[in-house]
Design a protein. Structure first.
Length: 127
C-alpha cells in the first residue's frame, strides 16, 4: 500500500488511513491527553506520510512501525509546543493576588488580640 501511496495514489492513502487511523489516533491521544491536539497530529502524520512515502525502507521495519514512529515524533513535538506556548502571568500580576498568610503587621495584631482574649478568659469568675 505504501508503494502505491508513493506513486500519489489517493485511493491507497484512503485505504491506509482506514486501516491505521484508529491506532495512530490512539497513540497520539495517549501522548497528548487532548482529543483536539491528537486529531491535529493525525492530519500531520498522514500529510507527512503522503509526502515521504517514497522514503519508506522495508529493511528498517514494517509500514505500521514507520507510521507509528512518525506519529510518536509528531505527538511529542506537539506536546512540547503546547507546553511552551502556555500563557503565563507576569510576576507583576502576583502583587494583585490576595496573600494566603498574614503580613507581619496583621500577624502582630492577631497575636495581641489572642493574648488579650486569653487574659480576659483567665480573669473571668464563675457565677
Amino acid at each position: 500500500m505504501l508503494q502505491r501511496v508513493a506513486t500519489s495514489d489517493q485511493y491507497a492513502v484512503a485505504e491506509l488511513y482506514d486501516a491505521t487511523s484508529a491506532v495512530v489516533f490512539g497513540l497520539a491521544l495517549r501522548i497528548l491527553q487532548a482529543r483536539d491536539a491528537a486529531e491535529d497530529v493525525v492530519v500531520e502524520v498522514y500529510s507527512q506520510m503522503w509526502a515521504q512515502a517514497a522514503t519508506y525502507d522495508a529493511q528498517r521495519g514494517t509500514p505500521l512501525a514507520w507510521i507509528l514512529t512518525i506519529t510518536r515524533s509528531r505527538a511529542i513535538d506537539a506536546r512540547r509546543s503546547r507546553n511552551r506556548t502556555r500563557v503565563e502571568e507576569p510576576i507583576e500580576a502576583v502583587g494583585d493576588l490576595p496573600a494566603m498568610t498574614l503580613n507581619p503587621e496583621e500577624h502582630s495584631v492577631a497575636l495581641e488580640r489572642h493574648r488579650l482574649v486569653k487574659d480576659a478568659l483567665e480573669n473571668l469568675t464563675t457565677l
